[in-house]
Design a protein around this ligand. Structure first.
Ligand code: HEC
Length: 158
């Protein structure tokens, strides 16, 4: 049986997610002079751990339309852009209509946060223009979510 001699394996992985505003730091320590069987199980364990960590972050990273975006539209936009009223021809409760935009133009351009009226209006400093047209502005967090969602391709499972 070959004799493995691993003198030093040191890994440090740092992952920061803006979403969580936290840091996860994983230190896989220093392994020295391990027997092959023991080493194999340590490696398997590290791989499993690493898979778990990256999986969790990817899942947290992708915006979930139903959980994170639709509630914003529902609470703050449907009154005027929903089933009953479509101010300026814009409807935000159905994917196809939402993607078609309103009388002025496209509201959502998947993957492009610079175009599209939705982001422009929710961020507007102009009181005449800002959406929602009634009540408080959207929070910074809500605007970030909308931006990220559009950046990720505005996925809208119905
Ligand atoms: C109280 C009613 C009201 C609410 C609530 C409201 N809007 Fe509007 N919205 C309007 C009116 C009226 C217009 C058309 C006049 C204008 O552009 O100011 C409009 C226009 C728009 C347009 C431009 C459509 C076009 O092509 O002309 C967008 C985009 C938009 N709203 C997004 C939103 C979003 C996103 C929300 C929720 C965060 C929202 N609005 C909530 C009343 C509302």
């Amino acid at each position: 049986m070959p004799s493995y001699r691993l003198t030093r394996v040191s890994e440090m992985v740092e992952v920061t997610t803006q979403e969580r505003q936290g840091e996860m730091t994983l230190h896989a320590g220093i392994l020295t002079n391990l027997q092959p069987r023991k080493l194999a199980s340590v490696i398997a364990c590290a791989v499993a751990l690493w898979g778990g960590v990256t999986g969790a972050i990817q899942a947290a990273d992708v915006i979930d339309f139903k959980k994170q975006i639709r509630p914003i539209f529902k609470e703050r936009c449907y009154d005027c852009h929903g089933p009953k009223k479509q101010e300026s021809g814009l409807r935000l409760d159905k994917r196809q209509e939402a993607m078609a935009g309103g009388n002025t133009g496209l509201a959502i351009v998947p993957g492009d946060t610079a175009s599209g009226l939705l982001l422009k209006y929710v961020q507007s400093e102009d009181a005449e223009l800002v959406m929602p047209a009634k009540g408080d502005r959207l929070t910074r967090k809500q605007i970030e979510l909308l931006k990220k969602w559009i950046e990720e391709g505005a996925k809208w499972p119905e």
